[in-house]
Design a protein around this ligand. Sequence first.
Ligand code: GLP
Length: 244
Amino acid sequence: MNVIICKNYEEMSQKAADIVVQQVTQKINSVLGLATGSTPLGLYQKLVKAYHDKDISFKDVTTYNLDEYMGLDVSHPQSYHQFMYKHLFSQIDIDLSNTHLPKNDHHHMQECAKAYHKLLSKTAIDLQILGIGSNGHIGFNEPGTPFGNEVFIVELDEQTRNDNKRFFNHIDEVPTHAITMGIKNIMRSKHILLLASGIEKSESIYHMIKGPVTENLPASILQLHPNVTVIIDEKAASKYLENA
Ligand code: GLP
């Protein structure tokens, strides 16, 4: 793991954007794996700026998102479909037909998982962006998820629903299930870029880098991937630095 520690969120986002710009400059038809959550927002703003500055074009880029809430209409403001459209896709020159998120019809959950798995098995992700949950989840692979999982339907941890309730009016509105790429899908990416900021991520970051590789801390599997870049701010790095 290549661990890069930055002063703050701004620097973390800029360094991450530089890596994405470099990837797409080197290969204009790159396949990007995308994440949601507050962490990559700064990165997406920087990419929009890089597009306006003509430093990058997404014309030939294809994207696959990690996950989506189950049963939330795709027009719901907190759906990841809306998140991606609002914060990135609507502001750059990407062809929307080249952007992919898992479908999330809760009447046909297993069909949705199968269809996304099929789609992913036909491609190879060049660069996968990841955030991390305070419980060490990546995508929506919660603690205890088998490392061998491919796209699947997950029941969300109470901690994850609590962490994400800030985006909703009430905890009861936070979906109980999600569809997510499995660890196996994520590990197939050629390069993984994991971002984290803030003290609330310091524990999971420490265990991800220094702890045993265990399904109880899903992100620890990244220790076994040959090409992982971790970009974190000083707060997220604090526990790792104390114990380095
Ligand atoms: C969410 C997403 C993850 C994200 C994580 C952290 O539940 N499924 O992809 O990395 O939680 O979110 P945030 O960046 O808002 O802290």
